[in-house]
Design a protein around this ligand. Structure first.
Ligand code: ZN
Length: 400
């Protein structure tokens, strides 16, 4: 093989290859040295031509036809004429302190993404599972950095649980920022408190003044954060979370009522389903059952009707008409003597601006919920993540 060919093959342009040896049947070693007139001191950036001494380093490289490849590189150590420091010459393609080339680490990542199990990667590349793990996430971080971070106009924020792979199974939370314009996860941060958010990478999202819409669940923390971070955004309360609030209230009363002796004791009650389905999607006999039970329990009927009213409000077109219907609903709820209705009303009034903003923006967090499912899948596949940073990289890269 000609030297130029070897160089091309190894694509480390600054190295000159002098020798190739088969150390064993499985290991090839290339001898190499760097050629340069001078080196620059890393401390004070002064040119140095004075070679102090030389050392040999062994660097693992991408295998050639299943044979392990080592580069034995002669590295010169220079003495700086200015600050007198002694330093080793750097070699592009090999990061300082690393014992394998950049492209070997990138090759590990390729193998780890394409092989079904990591054990095969360690066998094929003859390296430790620790190196596979480390190189994988280090390369993933480089790929995530390269992703196109164009400025989003619409953002969805939601949380999901993040369980570390520890014995305590202490439950933490992750906050996800979804870029609706580019259909991908823009950022994932650990925690969901205001302090967590304000000290996270979420504040690095570019063009924060240009964000027009943000959809969130009814969390005061998220609201406070959005108001500060995306000052020009219209905040919309997620429709599904609003409906969930009503469903929750219906469910609570239903469960209370079902302790009544007329109901058979059973764990999987068909009643739950009936009451969580919207009225217009029930068939004739299902609807008769609901009507009948509601007739027996007026407290259930009342909240059920409020739930159906809220669902019908979401079918209204136009902000003004929706606002009128919503005000009518909360006014009627105010007349109720029941505690559950009052507490539900309190939440609705507190969030009425954001709830009604849906009729201006028309956005929901359905997309974000989809990413939450994906997040759960990623956590399960990895049997939990000890390291949140790695989890973040995985999630951003897989939902790009
Ligand atoms: Zn110097």
């Amino acid at each position: 093989m000609l030297e130029s060919q070897i160089n091309k093959f190894l694509s480390l342009p600054e190295l000159k290859f002098t020798n190739k040896r088969n150390l064993t049947n499985h290991i090839i070693q290339f001898d190499a040295y760097k050629f340069s007139e001078f080196e620059v001191c890393p401390k004070c950036a002064t040119k140095s031509t004075k070679v102090h001494d030389q050392v040999y380093v062994h660097i693992k490289d991408v295998p050639i036809r299943d044979k392990t490849v080592y580069l034995r590189i002669r590295k010169r150590r220079f003495r700086c004429p200015n600050c007198n420091a002694v330093f080793r010459e750097p070699v592009p393609g090999i990061r300082k302190g690393f014992r394998s080339t950049q492209r070997f680490r990138s090759h590990i990542r390729w193998c780890a993404s394409n092989f079904t199990d990591l054990k095969r990667v360690t066998e094929k590349l003859r390296c430790s599972s620790w190196l596979v793990y480390k190189a994988f996430y280090e390369q993933l971080a480089l790929d995530v950095k390269k992703l196109d971070y164009s400025r989003p106009k619409t953002i969805g924020i939601d949380e999901h649980s993040f369980v570390r792979n520890t014995k305590t199974h202490f439950k933490e939370f992750a906050t996800v920022f979804v870029d609706f314009n580019n259909n991908r996860i823009r950022e994932v941060t650990l925690g969901r408190s205001f302090d967590d958010l304000i000290n996270s990478r979420a504040v690095d999202i570019q063009g924060r003044e240009n964000v027009k819409n943000v959809v969130i669940d009814m969390s005061s923390t998220y609201k406070k954060f959005v108001a500060k971070q995306f000052p020009n955004a219209l905040i919309t309360s997620d429709k599904f979370h609003v409906v969930k609030l009503f469903n929750h209230a219906v469910n609570k009363i239903r469960i209370e009522i079902m302790k009544h002796p007329v109901f058979e004791k059973s764990k999987t009650s068909p009643m739950r389903r009936l009451y969580l389905t919207r009225d217009d999607r029930l068939n004739f006999s299902q609807r008769s059952i609901v009507r009948h039970i509601n007739g027996l329990f007026p407290e259930l009927e009342e909240i059920y009707k409020f739930k159906e009213r809220m669902l019908s409000i979401y079918n209204i077109r136009g902000f003004k008409r929706a606002r009128k219907a919503f005000t009518k609903l909360t006014d009627e709820m105010a007349l109720s003597g029941r505690k559950a209705v009052q507490s539900l009303r309190k939440t609705l009034v507190k969030w009425q601006v954001e709830i009604l903003n849906y009729f201006k923006s028309g956005i929901t967090n359905a997309k974000t919920e989809g990413y939450n499912r994906k997040a759960k899948l990623i956590q399960r596949k990895a049997y939990g993540y000890r390291n949140f940073e790695n989890y973040r990289l995985r999630l951003i890269y897989d939902c790009r």
